[in-house]
Each structure stands twice: as C-alpha cells, then as structure tokens.
Design a protein around this ligand. Structure first.
Ligand code: UD1
Length: 421
C-alpha cells in the first residue's frame, strides 16, 4: 500500500488546472450503454473509479478506450450481459449507475446491492422505487437487485428521501426514462451540476429532457439514442479542495477550468471565513487573510454546501480564531476524519450529526489513516499546514477521486511525496 508523506508549512502559490468531474463522468460513461454508435468523451479524469467503471462496462459488452489525446471512445459491442456482479460493485458504489441504462436499453438489470461504506448506510431504495414506477418488476436474488420489464412506461415519480434528493437515483431514473414510452416527471429531483451534465449529454444523443438543474425534470421517451461527442464539466469538489488548500496554507492559487457558479455555497462560506476568492477569465483566484473567522456550516443538496467538501472545510476550521460548527445533513455518520484530525492536535467534539470545532493555533504532524475519499483529502490538507511530518496511510481512497493530487500540490510548492508503506 502507498502513503503520502507531507512536511507542512509551505505556502501554496501558482496555478492549477482542474480536471473533469468524476461524478459527472461516471453516469455519462454508463449512459453510453444505451447509445447506438460511438460516443467520445473529453475531460474524463484518469482516476481509479473511472478505471473501475471501464472494467465493469467491458464486462457488459461496452468497449471503452482512451486515444492519445486522452479522449474516451465508448461503443457497445455486445448486449447479452446485464449483470453487474458483487466483485465489481463492492469495489465502487457508483457502479450502481449502470442500473438505469441496463433497464432502459436491455430491459433487464441485475446489480449487486452496493451495501454500506465508510460514510454510512447508503441504501438504494429510491433507485429501485423510481425504476419500479416506470414499470419494472424487482426482486432480490443472492444479494443482487434484479429489475425486469417488457416495456418501460413514463410516469410521475417522487424521488425525495429522508435526506432530500438523491444524485445517482435521479441519474438512474432519468436515464431509464429516456427509453420509456411517453412522459416521465421526476419530482424532488437532484439539482446537482453533474445531473445537468448528464441530461445535456443525453439530449445531445437525442433524448428529450427538460428542467435539469431544477427539482422537476420532465423526460419524453425516445426510441433510440445516438452516440455523440461531449466534454465533461470541471470537478467542483477538486476545485473546492484546492480552494481550501490555498486557504489553509495562507497561499495564493489560480484555479483554471474551475466554475465558481458550481461552488457558490462553498465560496460564500469560505469568504465568511476570510478567504478571498475572485472570479477570473479562466476560473478563480484564491488568497487569504491571516485571520480565519469561525463559521457555522450545514451540508445540503445542491445548491447548498456540498457534503463532499465537509471534511476538507473542517480541516481549515481547526485553525479558525474561535468555535465553528459543522452539521452533516446528507450523511450523518460522515465523520471518520474527526478522530484523525484530533490526533494532529485539533479540538473537535462530535455530537450526533454535528461537530464543534474549537480553533487551535496550530496542527502537529502525525501518522493518520485515510478512511474514505474526502476524509483523506482533509488529512492531506491538514498535513500541508501541520508542524513537522504527516504520513497519510491508505491513500488508495484519495486516488479514487483525485488525479495525481501530489503532483498538482508539488507544482504549487507543497512538500508532499508518495511513498510505499
Ligand atoms: C452522490 C455522489 C457523492 C456525494 C453524494 C451527495 C456520485 C457518484 N456520488 O452519491 O460523491 O457525496 O451524491 O451529494 O455522484 N439515499 C436514500 N436512498 C437511496 C439513495 C440515497 O435514502 O436510494 C440517501 C443517502 O443515504 C443520503 C442521501 O440520500 O443520505 C443522498 O445520497 P445520494 O445523493 O444518493 O448520494 P449518491 O448519489 O450515492
């Protein structure tokens, strides 16, 4: 296994280019399963999760190849297999996004139940409920959800759950509905930019989707989809992570290919902390005042503060001048980084879905354990400013969602290296 070794204290300065969005690329790659002919996707990040989905799609008869420019070419060669097996789904929860396309195009989807992960339970009841509303019959067989239908029919579907809308359930139902007969209306749809990117891709393939980016999405079913060329949106979570990296080191970074309009809630909160963020022609520029103000943050579905930036922002608030409060409303157990940050001298107290953060003057390097993707990023950020050496173990989590993060951080002055554990 590999680890990151970080010597804290360097101010980050310079310019970074943000890669394509992981959470937009995964469902769009899965959607190609429904297309006739070839699709060409630009700006697909080279990440462990993307490579994992390429393997799964390969098993489902979908050939995914990168050309010399990095563009991904995807075409369906064989439609026989409809089974996403445990061995693959258990490695990456987002594999569940093949469920809607398989059902839409092949009228059958057998997908292993993804189970929980480090950040909580993560059920898929909304996915199944939404697909059943389109006319699928479902059963559970040896840990797999098996969905079958002779014909999908448009329907009105409420997709809200106990924690609000669901991003991948919206994606799955929207994808299946593009191939249903008649009109589908999804109420309480997720408004995330990644859902909008997927809808835009599907529309370019010939789908008839309206309302993406709002809580009500209307889909008029079509008979077929034709592969197309599409550029994946920039990764707002990678951009947000580098905003915090700059802020925590009192640095000055230019982020290119970053979209401020996808990060308004986080930008607003960081500005309240005292981080200076300006829009530039190509993205944004971030610099910091020396004093960090404490704030109260609650994670919410888009356009609210993203749960995927909660851990990283907590690392920053450890150094604020006073007490901050973070409440997690999407994944109430997503706090495995708390104990690790405390090992670095943070003063964090968890009370249910809330963490109270008593600001300290400095963090101190320590060996720490990455537990999930964004928690790992938070530990790297803490290491960038901690006194002395920090070793972040189990960084395979971070490789799932950040492309060459250590090289990007090195290029703007961080002292970080990848080592064998
Ligand atoms: C997606 C993102 C993930 C992000 C999350 C929330 C991808 C590949 N991943 O995950 O990075 O952290 O959105 O922004 O895009 N829920 C149910 N039943 C369901 C589905 C979800 O109760 O059937 C609950 C979840 O447990 C959670 C909430 O709904 O509390 C939101 O989860 P959801 O939006 O579905 O997360 P993902 O799509 O899995």
């Amino acid at each position: 296994m590999q680890a990151f070794e970080i010597v804290g204290g360097n101010r980050l300065r310079g310019s970074l280019t943000i890669g394509g969005s992981k959470n937009a690329a995964l469902p769009i790659m899965a959607a190609c399963l429904m297309c006739e002919g070839e699709s060409v996707l630009h700006n697909v990040p080279d990440l462990a999760d993307v490579r994992q989905l390429m393997v799964l799609l390969g098993r489902l008869g979908v050939v995914c190849e990168r050309d010399d420019s990095g563009a991904m070419h995807i075409r369906v060669e064989d439609e026989m297999n409809t089974h996403a097996e445990y061995e693959l789904v258990s490695k990456m929860r987002a594999s569940v996004c093949v469920m809607g396309p398989l059902l839409g195009k092949r009228r059958c989807a057998q997908v292993s139940m993804p189970g929980g992960c480090a950040i909580g339970d993560r059920p898929i009841d909304l996915h199944v409920r939404g697909l059943e509303a389109l006319g699928a019959e479902s059963e559970l067989a040896y840990g797999d959800v098996v969905l079958k239908t002779k014909k999908l029919k448009g329907s009105e579907i409420f997709l809200g759950g106990p924690f609000g809308s669901s991003v991948t359930a919206t994606a799955n139902v929207m994808m299946a509905a593009t191939m249903a007969e008649g009109r589908t209306i999804i109420a309480s749809a997720a408004c995330e930019p990644e859902v909008v990117d997927l809808a835009n891709f599907l529309n370019a393939c010939g789908a008839q989707i309206k309302g993406q980016g709002t809580p009500q999405i209307t889909i008029d079913g079509v008979k077929s989809l034709q592969g197309t060329e599409h550029t994946i949106i920039p990764d707002r979570i990678e951009a947000g992570t580098f905003l915090v990296a700059s802020a925590i080191t009192n640095g000055d970074l230019k982020l290119e290919n970053a979209r401020l309009d996808h990060l308004l809630a986080a930008v607003e909160q960081l500005r309240q902390v005292g981080v200076i963020i300006e829009r530039t022609e190509k993205g944004m520029e971030v610099s910091s005042s020396r004093r960090l103000e404490p704030v109260k943050i609650t994670t919410q579905p888009f356009p609210g503060f993203p749960t995927d930036l909660q851990a990283q922002t907590m690392a920053l608030l450890c150094l604020a001048d006073g007490n901050s409060v973070i409440t997690e409303k999407i994944f109430p157990d997503r706090f495995l980084h708390v104990a690790e940050l405390n090992r670095m001298g943070a003063r964090l107290r968890k009370e249910g879905p809330t963490v109270i953060i008593e600001g300290v003057k400095r963090l101190i390097g320590a060996p720490v354990m990455a537990s999930d993707l964004r928690a790992s990023a938070a530990l790297v950020l803490a290491g960038l400013i901690a006194k002395g050496k920090t070793r972040v173990h189990r960084i395979y989590h971070i490789d799932r969602g950040y492309e060459r993060i250590e090289e990007k951080l090195q290029s703007v002055g961080a002292n970080i290296k990848r080592v064998n554990d």
